[in-house]
Design a protein around this ligand. Structure first.
Ligand SMILES: NC(=O)c1ccc[n+]([C@@H]2O[C@H](COP(=O)([O-])OP(=O)(O)OC[C@H]3O[C@@H](n4cnc5c(N)ncnc54)[C@H](O)[C@@H]3O)[C@@H](O)[C@H]2O)c1
Length: 253
């Protein structure tokens, strides 16, 4: 991977930042598009030569287009993209405002669409590439108050398959990664509450949340040559959570 070039949206924190760190350790040059200007400045200062940071709002098409353009101007290529930016405004369906629905669906689904569109436009004319979209286990499993988020993440999974269908002819592979519970700033307000954390652990056979690095490693595998025939796939990385729908009967045995 040495001297390859990657874009990571949402790369200033959590899973995205873990991907950035791992790419840098493998000699990849990385462009980070994120809203968190202060964090971007810190990351840029620590990596003056092999990182490009750009304040980017993934739901704005101009920002996405500019991120790809600046990446190519700076590093001369774009080989990999990791579309990670995401968040939600949760509420039960009956209480969810239209604005909160739009916030979540725009960020999680339209943001990934705009990313793939502009990344693939460059890659298709320049020999191909590999893209990983971060969906969620919630693409398959609904979450109370998470109708917008789960619907958007299911959309990301199908968008990924559709992109693989359309872009394979240009030597572009597009895959999705579906994390379970990962210990990042996004989930800290939940996992810091003992009762909520206990409820998660009831369901997660590995009895712990994942570390961001445990998502970064399989995400990077998906863009690597080792995954050269993996395309349009969904890789669940969740400590076996997805298979644990059945009640935990072990306490009665
Ligand atoms: N943490 C989990 O348990 C978990 C589980 C499944 C899926 N995910 C998904 O993984 C991705 C990363 O989550 P995380 O836990 O690392 O969260 P995080 O909050 O640590 O990082 C998210 C990053 O996205 C950036 N961002 C938010 N809105 C943006 C926008 N409009 N434009 C550009 N950047 C924006 C934030 O500034 C932040 O740096 C998200 O898509 C999330 O839905 C997380």
């Amino acid at each position: 991977m040495k001297n390859k070039v990657a874009i990571v949206t949402g790369g200033a924190s959590g899973i995205g930042y873990a991907i950035v760190e791992r790419l840098l350790s493998q000699g990849v040059k990385v462009a980070i598009g994120d809203l968190n200007e202060n964090r971007l400045k810190e990351i840029q200062a620590a990596n003056p030569d092999n990182v490009l940071t750009m304040v980017t709002n993934v739901i704005k098409e101009d920002d996405q287009e500019a991120l790809v353009r600046k990446t190519v101007e700076t590093f001369g290529a774009l080989d990999y993209a990791f579309n990670v930016a995401g968040a939600q405004k949760p509420a039960p369906i009956v209480d969810m405002t239209e604005q909160d629905w739009d916030f979540t669906v725009d960020l999680c689904l339209k943001g990934v669409f705009l990313s793939v569109k502009h990344q693939a436009r460059y890659m298709k004319d320049n020999g191909g590439g590999a893209i990983v979209n971060v969906a969620s286990l919630n693409a398959h499993v609904p979450m109370y108050s998470g109708s917008a988020y789960s619907s958007a993440k299911a959309g990301v999974e199908m968008l990924t398959k559709n992109a693989a269908l359309e872009l394979s002819q240009y030597n572009i592979r597009v895959n999705a990664i579906l994390p379970g519970l990962v210990l990042t700033p996004l989930t800290a307000s939940l996992t810091d509450v003992k009762e909520i954390n206990d409820a998660y652990m009831e369901r997660i056979p590995m009895k712990r949340g994942g570390q961001p690095e445990e998502i970064a490693a399989p995400a990077i595998f998906l863009v690597s040559e080792d995954a050269s025939y993996v395309n349009g796939a969904s890789l669940i990385v969740d400590g076996a959570w997805a298979i644990s729908g059945y009640p935990d009967m072990s306490r009665f045995m």
